[in-house]
Design a protein around this ligand. Structure first.
Ligand SMILES: *[C@@H]1O[C@H](CO)[C@@H](O)[C@H](O)[C@H]1NC(C)=O
Ligand SMILES: *[C@@H]1O[C@H](CO)[C@@H](O)[C@H](O)[C@H]1NC(C)=O
Ligand SMILES: *[C@@H]1O[C@H](CO)[C@@H](O)[C@H](O)[C@H]1NC(C)=O
Ligand SMILES: *[C@@H]1O[C@H](CO)[C@@H](O)[C@H](O)[C@H]1NC(C)=O
Ligand SMILES: *[C@@H]1O[C@H](CO)[C@@H](O)[C@H](O)[C@H]1NC(C)=O
Ligand SMILES: *[C@@H]1O[C@H](CO)[C@@H](O)[C@H](O)[C@H]1NC(C)=O
Ligand SMILES: *[C@@H]1O[C@H](CO)[C@@H](O)[C@H](O)[C@H]1NC(C)=O
Ligand SMILES: *[C@@H]1O[C@H](CO)[C@@H](O)[C@H](O)[C@H]1NC(C)=O
Length: 417
């Protein structure tokens, strides 16, 4: 039975070889652990939960896991950190993840035969968020101001500036007037401000994560109103139409106007007077003027920053008009007589007297000062004689046509008895 014997012996040999091979195989496979490469997701947003798995891909025994953040060991005891271990893998969980978690994370797997490690970089992204936005700016012409807009975010947001004008929104680069301190800067410098700098501005922060954010602010240029000098035209006559314009040369809107006459606010009391206002002018209109309209007119222009005023005097020229005309006088020789001629007008009329010497010659004499007392509006004859009888004429004249004349007669009827 040698054949059977041989087979049995052979089988024993195979079994021994198999066991040996198994032992050798096991020795070979029980190698140092080998980690499968891992990485964090690309678009992780701040506040979310993030995890990464460190898997031992090789068949290895009794593996111990350690995690390192930028080379420093970390453990589950940390605030937002959890580590879940199993025989073949370890999971690192950050919940909620924030920008401070951005780091290199290393997983190290160790067993009795050795170790392996793999590092992945965590890059948490955060949309832009304002740290500082500008308030509205009120500046005076010539001022220089620096405006700051600052935003956090990851990656660091780019900040740029726009002026929102009526037609186009222009992005501000470095110009002589408006300077951005750096190409992408959180500071905008407006130097020696002019009226043109006024307007609505916007700063925008953008980093490619979610939406850009914008913040707007106004630059208000403070300008006091300044009235251009005005005056009434000369030689305004009664009945004329008179207007005067109070123009504000410079000044921030809104501007309000007020008119005063001789220090009192002008009340529009009738249709003969009106005031027409527009943003920069106020027109005072007087129809068919009389000397009642004479006065010192003041225009006051006011805005939020101050006021200006200008005054002009209106003096209406009026031809003479009688207030008192002389009556005919009948008297006796030796009596005293007086006669007055009083006229209004602007300027004040000059009164001149003449005597038509007698009805026969019709010649005219200017009356000399012996007839006149203090004022030229009255003549006085203290003792009349026959020679004083006749027709007298007084004329009121102020250069404004027509001048006016009045006659009166002095009639003498004998002597006092
Ligand atoms: C992470 O590792 C890379 C590659 O070694 C290195 O360039 C980078 O500076 C590291 N980052 C940090 C935050 O340590
Ligand atoms: C300018 O910007 C404002 C605010 O962002 C926007 O409402 C407006 O449509 C823009 N105008 C133009 C012409 O782009
Ligand atoms: C940009 O800003 C930095 C810091 O504010 C400053 O040191 C640097 O000079 C600026 N660069 C330019 C070109 O203005
Ligand atoms: C400016 O900002 C305010 C408040 O954020 C907003 O209501 C307004 O529409 C903005 N104006 C413009 C022109 O963008
Ligand atoms: C007119 O009024 C203004 C303001 O009350 C005053 O300053 C000015 O002297 C006045 N002018 C005249 C001629 O009275
Ligand atoms: C004024 O008139 C009277 C009467 O006509 C005359 O007597 C007198 O001399 C005159 N005086 C002068 C200064 O002309
Ligand atoms: C002039 O008038 C004043 C008062 O009106 C009077 O007192 C005076 O006597 C008069 N003079 C003459 C010369 O008549
Ligand atoms: C005044 O008397 C003269 C002479 O009689 C006459 O010519 C003239 O018209 C009279 N004037 C008036 C206003 O009555």
């Amino acid at each position: 039975m040698p054949a059977l014997q041989f087979m049995k012996w052979n089988a024993q040999l195979y079994l021994k070889l198999f066991v040996l091979a198994a032992v050798v195989l096991e020795y070979i496979s029980a190698d140092a652990p080998e980690i499968q490469k891992f990485s964090f997701q690309d678009d992780i947003l701040e506040g979310k939960r993030v995890s990464v798995m460190c898997l031992v891909a090789s068949k290895s025994k009794a593996v111990n896991f350690n995690w390192f953040k930028n080379g420093k060991e970390i453990s589950s005891s940390e605030r937002n950190l959890k580590i879940k271990n199993d025989n073949e893998f370890s999971v690192l969980i950050l919940d909620p993840v924030n920008l401070q978690d951005n780091a290199n994370y290393t997983c190290k797997a160790t067993n009795i035969h050795g170790s392996d490690q793999h590092t992945a970089y965590l890059n948490v992204k955060a949309p832009p968020k304002w740290l500082e936005t500008p308030k509205d700016i009120i500046a005076t012409i010539g001022d220089s101001v620096i405006v700051t807009c600052d935003a956090s975010g990851s990656p660091k947001p780019r900040i740029y500036w726009k002026k929102l004008s009526d037609k186009m929104n222009t992005t501000i680069f470095s110009t002589s007037k408006e300077q951005v301190s750096n190409e992408s800067s959180h500071q905008l410098k407006l130097s020696s401000i002019t009226y043109d700098a006024a307007g609505l501005y916007e700063c925008i922060a953008e980093n490619g994560v979610l939406n850009k954010i914008r913040s707007n602010f106004s630059v208000i240029v403070r300008e006091l109103p300044e009235i251009e000098k005005f005056h009434f035209k000369e030689n305004v006559k009664e009945g004329d139409f008179v207007s005067v314009v109070c123009l504000v040369k410079t000044g921030s809107q809104p501007i309000t106007f007020l008119w005063y006459k001789n220090g009192n606010e002008l009340i529009i009391s009738n249709k003969k007077m009106s005031i027409e206002n527009s943003p920069v002018i106020s027109a005072l209109i007087l129809n068919s003027v009389t000397t009642e309209n004479d006065g010192n007119y003041t225009c006051v222009a006011k805005n939020n920053f101050g006021s200006d005023r200008h005054s002009a005097v209106l003096k209406i020229k009026a031809s003479p008009k009688w207030i008192n005309q002389p009556n005919n006088i009948i008297t006796v020789i030796g009596d005293a007589i007086t006669a007055s001629c009083i006229a209004s007008g602007s300027p004040t009329p000059q009164i001149t007297w003449r005597k038509i010497a007698d009805s026969r010659t019709q010649s005219l004499h200017s009356l000399n000062s012996t007839y006149l007392n203090n004022s030229d509006s009255t003549i006085k004859i203290s003792r009349v004689s026959y020679g004083d009888s006749g027709t007298f004429e007084c004329t009121a004249d102020n250069g404004i046509q027509p001048s006016i004349k009045a006659n009166f007669t002095v009639t003498i009827r004998g002597r006092r008895v």
